[in-house]
Design a protein around this ligand. Structure first.
Ligand SMILES: Nc1ncnc2c1ncn2[C@@H]1O[C@H](COP(=O)(O)OP(=O)(O)OP(=O)(O)O)[C@@H](O)[C@H]1O
Length: 293
């Protein structure tokens, strides 16, 4: 699967939700879509899922325009936090409907994952709790085996052990049925181990799109005596700093030469890895992640 967005914009009335978004996504990979509230994540995903039409630009799947193109839209499944208040049907009945409509749907896999979650599929969906409705969406997405599977914050209301099961099942599915998975999330630290690629949105624009390893390898933390840290980092791109007594810890976001890292070590500075969360907070505070490279 190859999903390509070129100069895509989306305007709702006067609100510009997406601005000149260009991206190329491939399978089999797990993409993290991260951004602050209102940055355009759901808007972007709803375009890929054909829930609405983009205002300008081009969205192609496997070389064909995606919008209202059933040859390509059938490859895409979009799971979001659905409320199910009007659904008298049980989970089992809804799984059977999914099996009827989605060619790749594996109902046995769905039942197995439901049993791992401890989700009772005989209960009408409208009587399930919020977290269990989210579990159901997670199950539906995983068992869809859709070549492009999108999860838009479907973990909402799930407790920590259930979210763990969800993450394990994503990794398991990606091994047994590799595909293009896009996960929009605010739980960055918790889900970091799932991501192959990272897309960061800020105010409707892509501010970072790269593979996970490249993103996190550009960030390091340096900790040591305050004056020493200040002198060493004077010409580096510091995106975050914290002082405690005479000690200072900074986050640097730029590709560091081996020789510079060695120098830091020789000076007695402690070098550590940064998390994606650290990079996210610094990048979306309006700083330019590429500045100083
Ligand atoms: N149906 C709509 N009509 C008008 N404006 C909208 C609509 N949907 C979203 N917006 C606006 O578009 C922008 C992007 O919203 P979107 O829901 O895509 O953000 P998000 O990144 O998913 O946010 P969150 O993390 O809070 O879920 C916001 O300014 C939002 O107010």
């Amino acid at each position: 699967m190859e999903l390509k967005l070129s100069h895509v914009s989306l305007v709702y009335g006067k609100e510009q939700a997406l601005d000149d978004v260009s991206l190329q996504l491939h399978s089999p990979k797990v993409y993290a879509l991260i951004g602050r509230n209102g940055s355009g994540k759901t808007s972007l995903l709803s375009l890929i899922a054909n829930y609405r039409q983009h205002s300008s630009g081009q969205i192609m799947l496997n070389g064909e325009p995606l919008f209202e193109n059933s040859r390509q839209t059938k490859h895409v499944q979009f799971l979001f936090q659905r409320n199910f208040d009007e659904y008298d049907e049980s989970g089992e009945e809804l799984l059977q409907t999914a099996e009827d409509f989605i060619a790749s749907f594996d109902i046995e896999a769905a039942r197995r994952i439901a049993s791992r979650f401890g989700l009772d599929l005989s209960i009408p969906m409208k009587n399930q709790s919020t977290g269990r409705r989210s579990m159901f969406q997670a199950i539906r997405g995983l068992a869809s085996r859709a070549p492009v599977t999108i999860f838009d914050e479907v973990y909402t209301g799930m407790d920590a052990p259930s979210r763990e099961i969800f993450y394990e099942e994503i990794l398991k599915e990606q091994e047994s049925h590799p595909r293009l998975i896009i996960i929009s999330t605010h739980l960055i630290s918790e889900m970091e181990h799932l991501f192959d690629e990272v897309i960061m949105l800020d105010q409707g624009r892509v501010v970072l799109a790269d593979d996970y390893e490249s993103v996190v390898s550009k960030g390091i933390t340096l900790t040591g005596e305050l004056g020493l840290v200040d002198r060493f980092t004077a010409n580096l791109h510091v995106v975050k700093s914290r002082e405690l007594g005479g000690t200072k810890s900074v986050v640097i976001f730029q590709q560091m030469e081996e020789s510079l890292l060695k120098e830091a070590e020789e000076l007695g500075l402690e070098i550590g890895r940064v998390t994606l969360q650290d990079i996210f907070t610094s990048v979306t505070k309006g700083e330019d992640p590429n500045e100083g490279q």
